[in-house]
Design a protein around this ligand. Structure first.
Ligand SMILES: *Cc1c(COP(=O)(O)O)cnc(C)c1O
Length: 376
């Protein structure tokens, strides 16, 4: 279909081409090129961190973070069930046990009031994940980490440029991570970064990224790492994107505000919170939960699809993943808020490249479908 409205389109009309041409003209295309360190320094500065370690994607950043803080057999890591599989893979692969908490039904972030009851003598770390545009309520988590001596990994992939009580997301974790996938606020095509203030953790992350080669005795390996190196080409795009981050954040908020206005009077849609007492929504995506009277999210997504509008479902919670259940995890556990968000939640076109006439068409379609009742 010609006028299909995609769920995400990035904006690449700044200095991306110019910096990429510089890579080609100079021959610097690998991770050894000068844009890589510059991007790391500029991104880390923007988030207020001492070290930025660029990697190939956000999932790889999480893998390296879990390995760097030393999660292994016998350890437990507490994380939200309502998140992406990227968060849990290295926890499971390392032989540790993932311990889940349910979602808050209004923000869809992890319900931080449920964390403390899940802390045991085996708990090694808490992984927080900022979801869809609002940050996790960090103060209670910081307090629990401090009182129990736990490490914190912060997944800020969806929260680049967001703040919690004025402090940047990505600045809270012993290690924080971001993704530069094209639907994130800064993209490099594929890419990610680890962020930390700890010199030793930074050194470990750099080593894990580069196959744990050792200075002086290059081909002697004391630890197993990965090749997660970002290329100069990716970093070139990242620097151009970062130059426009403030403009991008303003645009995200404008998209969110306009959907809020246009959908405010539709009965039975639970729209995202515009703000909490610790943050204004940044609308990484514009997602909402539909009342059961309209059927489920899948039915609405099908109807919108037939009108040429792209959508995505909300996360399928970790406690439902076949690959984890068949390993014996989460037997008999129920997380009703995450479950409902999955069944009834979806998000609609809300990328930086979305023209407002397409946004309006999307909102009017949602409205019309809900007014007539959904029959898929
Ligand atoms: C996008 C995303 C990731 C994964 O990033 P990739 O670069 O796609 O590997 C991890 N966590 C969250 C919350 C994300 O939104």
């Amino acid at each position: 279909m010609n006028d299909f409205i995609p769920v995400n389109e990035p904006l690449l009309d700044g200095n991306e081409k110019k910096y990429l041409a510089e890579c080609i003209d100079t021959g610097w295309i690998s991770s050894e090129g000068p844009f890589v360190q510059r991007f790391e320094a500029e991104f880390a500065a923007r988030v207020g961190r001492k070290h930025g370690i660029s990697v190939t994607n956000g999932t790889a950043a999480l893998d390296a973070a879990v390995e760097a803080i030393g999660v292994g057999p016998g350890d437990e890591v507490i994380l939200p069930t309502f998140t992406i599989i990227s968060c849990i893979q290295q926890i499971v692969r390392s032989g540790a046990t993932p311990v889940l908490v349910d979602a808050d039904p209004l923000t869809w972030n992890m319900d931080v009031t449920q964390i403390e009851a899940k802390v045991t003598p085996h708990t090694k770390a808490i992984m927080v994940v900022h979801i869809y545009g609002l940050p996790v309520d960090m103060d209670p988590v910081l307090d629990i980490c401090q009182r129990h001596g736990l490490k914190m990994i912060e997944d800020a992939a969806e929260a680049i440029g967001q703040t919690y009580r004025g402090r940047p997301c990505g600045s809270f974790g012993d290690i924080s991570t971001v993704s530069f996938y094209p639907n994130k606020h800064v993209t490099t095509g594929e890419g990610g970064m680890l962020l930390t203030d700890d010199d030793e953790l930074a050194e470990t992350c750099r080593s894990l990224r580069n196959l744990c080669f050792q200075p002086g005795k290059r081909f002697v390996h004391e630890r197993l790492g990965w090749n997660l190196r970002m290329t100069n080409l990716q970093a070139a795009v990242g620097i151009a994107q970062l130059e426009r981050l403030d403009e991008f954040l303003e645009r995200k908020r404008a998209i969110g505000r306009r959907y809020q206005e246009l959908l405010a009077d539709v009965d039975g849609l639970q729209l995202p919170l515009e703000r909490t007492d610790y943050a204004d929504n940044l609308y990484w995506v514009f997602g909402f939960v539909v009342d059961e009277r309209y059927g489920n999210a899948a039915a609405l997504m099908k109807r919108l699809g037939s009108e040429g509008i792209g959508t995505r479902p909300f996360f399928n919670p970790m406690h439902q993943q076949p690959v984890l259940r068949e390993r014996g995890f989460f037997k008999g556990e129920h997380y009703p808020h995450a479950q409902r968000a999955y069944e009834q939640g979806l998000y609609v076109p809300s990328g930086l490249g979305l023209p407002f006439d397409q946004l309006d068409k999307t909102a009017f379609s949602i409205k019309a479908i809900c007014l007539n009742g959904i029959t898929a």
